[in-house]
Design a binder for this molecule. Structure first.
Ligand code: F6R
Length: 606
């Protein structure tokens, strides 16, 4: 959702910024630009399209200067075009700024500024900020940014450079992430840590309302009430290698194949043969907690749906799951006795963060399941389960989803223990089964890839693809459909198996693929009868089943079998062929797999 990068140092800024933008591309890729300061000479270059367009434009140019800012855009206001790309400038071209987020009152501000004689050259909300700084600037940038904050509404992160104050980058964070990287006689700024891992693992994270002045020697953080802030250094445990493709054609495929390691890592951290270890949970858990509300967006929401089944089944608690963008504006019944679980890979999703804040205002305790311990969601929560999936670069989430499921399994077992809902013996059996999951994940990947490739060759020619399942399998099928649509651009929809006949069956005719998931032994016969409704209309059924669940393959055109395991944990195996079906279909269709059209990785706007 737009990426910001900046450096104040000794090396040539142009090269550093281009490398940083490459790493941030997954946050937005419809245009890019950079601004470099050399003394009081300010050069701005920007281009519509992917980063290589900007590289082409820069090809014959070498911008002198070791201080600069860059931006990769995911358009919200104004189409992708050279003019609408960042950095934006004021009338005098004294300032250059890049921005992530939305300025809600930009039209009003623009009218005022135009009345005062400012001329605009783009359709963005961002440009208003450049002219506003020009208008309000008096003695220094920090007091100007304070005034800018008062005049603007919305959530945003901002980086500004000033021709008359070379050597400094000014930054402001207002509900949108920004981190400062610390180097040797060089400091950096970025929307997220992975963009800077090749130069540092030490960060200072800006909090909402804070500003920063960054130069090659120093970083000064200033609070909303104008005090200098002493911020502890955050040490990232990710490294630069983790953000490389390592020989895989796409990050998505690499991340799919990392899943056995990811599972082993999170299980190793939180589980051994004798216990589930989430000690912080004891601090917030009390007997008065009556229900759980899970909230998240997209894939994380679908992980939450699986979590609901597992928590209800093991911890015997009523669990609701609500999409964060809905929860934030809904009449809800959150009380101090509700535990709210926020699930977010990035930990920066604006809607999820807003839902979290709403829950806290109602007095709820909040547990975060996230891949980013330094993120806003992690920092705002009472307890954090770090899913430890490592940086996820492909826009389509795979390994983070799998790790989220495992986090729910661990949590459900822990709550079952705290609430004394399961005997010690049963808990021990479950723990042993969980510890065996990584090897089953490896076995599944080895077993299903070729078959998925073959089926993808059929899917690629279809107009619509339906997914069905019951209960937990339905939750999984939602993730399967999302994965397929977001990277292949084919229409895919998921239904509870019993629901197809209430309308959607009208769309099933000869050859229409229906992917049926069956991992729950007691429900498989029910889904099989729904499959008959499909075959009676000559639909083509592709079944994804746990080994041994079905006794006959009658009515099934293809059967993808994953190893048998306790039905509660089947999600981490079943999702693998769903991911591979999506990947191979998109690959055959020649789609931009890691950066699908219209999407961005970290959605920091509402
Ligand atoms: C889809 C996908 C998105 C994210 C969603 C929430 O593959 O990745 O649907 O799951 O944008 O993002 P996080 O988990 O960062 O809050």
């Amino acid at each position: 959702m737009c990426g910001i990068i900046g450096c104040a140092g000794r090396k040539k800024a142009q090269e550093f910024l281009m490398q940083g933008l490459k790493k941030l591309e997954y946050r937005g890729y419809d245009s890019a630009g950079l601004a470099v300061l050399n003394g009081d000479e300010l050069k701005v270059v920007k281009a519509e399209g992917e980063l290589n367009k900007l590289a082409e434009k820069l090809n014959s140019r070498s911008l002198e200067g070791s201080l600069g800012i860059g931006h990769t855009r995911w358009a919200t206001h104004g189409i992708p075009s050279d003019e609408n790309s960042h950095p934006h400038q004021d009338c005098q071209e004294r300032f250059a700024l890049v921005h992530n987020g939305i300025i809600e009152n930009y039209q009003e501000l623009q009218e005022d500024l135009e009345a005062q004689g400012h001329t605009f050259s783009s359709d963005t909300d961002t440009e208003v900020l450049a002219h506003l700084i020009e208008e309000i600037y008096e003695k220094d940038m920090i007091s100007s940014l304070q005034k800018l904050k008062e005049k603007t509404t919305g959530s945003y992160a901002l980086a500004v450079i000033d021709r008359k104050n070379p050597g400094k980058i000014y930054a402001l964070r207002q509900d949108s992430p920004l981190v400062i990287g610390l180097g040797e006689k060089e400091n950096y700024l970025a929307s997220d840590m992975p963009a800077l891992l090749n130069v540092t693992s030490e960060f200072k994270i800006l909090e909402d309302g804070e500003m920063a002045v960054i130069d090659s020697e120093n970083v000064r953080i200033i609070s909303a009430d104008n005090q200098t802030v002493k911020r502890a250094i955050f040490k990232a445990d990710w490294d630069a290698e983790m953000v490389e493709k390592k020989g895989y054609e796409h990050f998505m495929l690499k991340e799919i194949y990392e899943q056995p390691i990811v599972a082993r890592r999170i299980l190793g951290e939180y589980l051994d043969e004798y216990q589930v270890k989430i000690p912080e949970l004891n601090d917030i858990w009390d007997k008065d907690i009556e229900r759980i509300m899970i909230t998240a967006c997209g894939t994380a929401y679908y992980a939450g749906l699986v979590g609901k089944h597992v928590l209800a089944e093991l911890a015997h608690l009523p669990v609701e799951v609500e999409i964060a963008s809905e929860l934030r504006y809904q009449r809800d019944f959150l009380t101090e006795n509700t535990l709210v679980i926020v699930v977010s890979q990035s930990g920066e999703t604006a809607d999820s963060l807003a839902a979290l804040k709403k829950a806290q205002a109602k007095g709820c305790k909040v547990l975060a399941i996230t891949n980013t311990p330094g993120s806003s969601i992690a920092r705002s929560s009472d307890v954090v389960i770090n899913i430890m999936a490592g940086p996820e670069i492909a826009v389509a989430s795979t390994k983070a989803y799998l790790a989220m499921l495992i986090a729910f399994y661990l949590l459900a077992l822990k709550l079952a223990e705290l609430r004394e809902e399961l005997s010690r013996k049963k808990l021990a059996v479950h723990r042993r089964e969980l510890l065996r999951l990584p090897e089953k994940i490896t076995a599944t990947l080895n077993r299903v890839e070729k078959q998925c490739q073959k089926i993808a060759d059929y899917l690629k020619d279809q107009q619509s693809i339906f997914f069905i399942g019951r209960n937990l399998d339905y939750s999984l099928s939602l993730e399967g459909a999302l994965k397929l649509k977001e990277i292949s651009y084919l229409h895919a929809e998921s239904y509870p198996a019993g629901e197809l006949k209430h309308g959607t069956l009208a769309l099933v005719e000869e050859g229409v693929p229906v992917i049926a998931i069956m991992t729950q032994k007691e429900l498989a016969p029910k889904t099989l009868s729904n499959i008959k409704e499909v075959t009676a209309r000559n639909g083509r059924v592709i079944a994804v089943v746990s080994g041994g669940i079905i006794t006959s393959q009658e009515d099934l055109d293809e059967v993808i079998e994953v190893p048998l395991c306790n039905g509660l944990w089947a999600g981490v195996l079943t999702v693998l062929p769903l991911q591979l079906l999506a990947y191979h279909t998109a690959k055959i269709l020649g789609r931009s797999i890691d950066k699908p059209r219209n999407l961005a990785k970290s959605v920091t706007v509402e």
